[in-house]
Ligand binder design. Structure first.
Ligand code: GLY
Length: 332
């Protein structure tokens, strides 16, 4: 006997100019708000019993989720209640996780407040909390709406903008479509057209592999093996650390003899968008290497690393962690 279930998800992406535009159509809607605590002052008009504040990565754990479920119960939230999640990547990961399991799924609206979360974590349905390892517990639960409000980006500092742009450049190179033309032209990527392209191109990559099982979605992990270690070591914003990880991965794949997109070209492309990756400075001392092992938790295991063969074409290199560490010592 074969039982076939199909679950259909549909995400509508909406662009708004101002934060005040967010509340135009919500009169009479049963809605609870999970909001990044750094945005408190922007949302003082909301009914306080309907607002739950979240403090980013350090709150992204199961006991916080429990406390959030208790709040939802107090709010008498049901399956039709909308959970509106407003914040950066940690907040949207956490809020989406809560929405995916409360009552076996409530309606989820994401309002990403950083460029990076708008083009990455809010798109594609990954949810997560940290437990033992980063993002170990989670589910796939695409939001029914993603609302991108330009006003949030106006107050981001340049590092955060560049972090989002680095992610856009990654997707552009993986997809080799219209966004790459924009990237190569040097046009400022912080506009609705480029953000829409980045979202569509990420969607193109993941649509046939939402649950990350066939290997198609995995290409988005380009730069992550080294990038995560650099992020943990340096505290650099995620997108910038991944950009440094991408450059290093290109250099490393060439060193191993693979045909790969030249790292110098990637560096040039990043530089054109203000991403001078002084991050490779961090890589000059070897202390960050131990974070690769920490990130993976298992010392001798083979690690799958995504690299770019050419624009629009990624490959995977599998290598034992100890060998990687030895190679990198030589490569520096
Ligand atoms: N951030 C990578 C992914 O959505 O799969």
């Amino acid at each position: 006997m074969k039982l076939s279930f199909s679950v259909k998800y549909r995400t509508e992406v909406i662009f708004l100019k101002r934060i005040s535009d967010l509340w135009r159509d919500v009169d009479g809607v049963d809605i609870c708000f999970l909001i990044d605590s750094s945005l408190k002052t922007k949302f003082q008009d909301l009914p306080c019993e309907r607002v739950y504040y979240f403090s980013g990565e350090k709150d992204k754990h199961l006991s916080k989720a429990e406390s959030c479920f208790e709040w939802l119960i107090e709010c008498k939230a049901g399956r039709k209640t909308v959970l509106a999640v407003i914040g950066g990547g940690a907040t949207t990961d956490f809020g989406a996780f809560v929405a995916s399991v409360y009552n076996r799924g409530m309606e989820l609206v994401l309002v990403p407040t950083t460029l990076l979360s708008a083009v990455d974590s809010a798109i594609g349905g990954k949810t997560a909390v940290n437990f033992v390892a980063k993002n170990l517990i989670g589910s796939y639960y695409p939001a029914s709406k993603v609302i991108i409000v330009k006003e949030f980006f106006d107050s981001l500092d340049m590092k955060m903008i560049r972090s989002g742009k680095a992610e856009m450049i990654k997707v552009a190179l993986l997809n080799n479509g219209r966004l790459l033309e924009k990237v190569l032209s040097g046009e400022d990527l912080l506009n609705e057209e480029c953000i829409s392209l980045a979202i569509m191109e990420k969607y193109e990559i993941i649509r046939s592999d939402v649950t990350d099982t066939s290997g198609k979605r995995m290409v988005l992990n380009w730069g992550h093996t080294f990038g995560h270690a650099i992020e943990r070591y340096s505290g650099a914003p995620h997108g910038l650390a991944i950009a440094a990880g991408m450059v290093l991965m290109q250099k490393y794949s060439a060193y191993l003899g693979y045909r790969s997109f030249p790292y110098e070209e990637l560096e040039k492309m990043l530089k054109l968008h203000g991403i001078e990756h002084d991050l490779l400075l961090y890589v000059k001392d070897s202390k960050w290497l131990k974070f690769i092992a920490l990130d993976k938790k298992r010392n001798l295991e083979e690690i799958s690393m995504v690299y770019l063969k050419d624009s629009g074409c990624a490959g995977v290199i599998n290598r034992n962690l100890n060998d990687i560490l030895k190679d990198l010592e030589e490569l520096r």
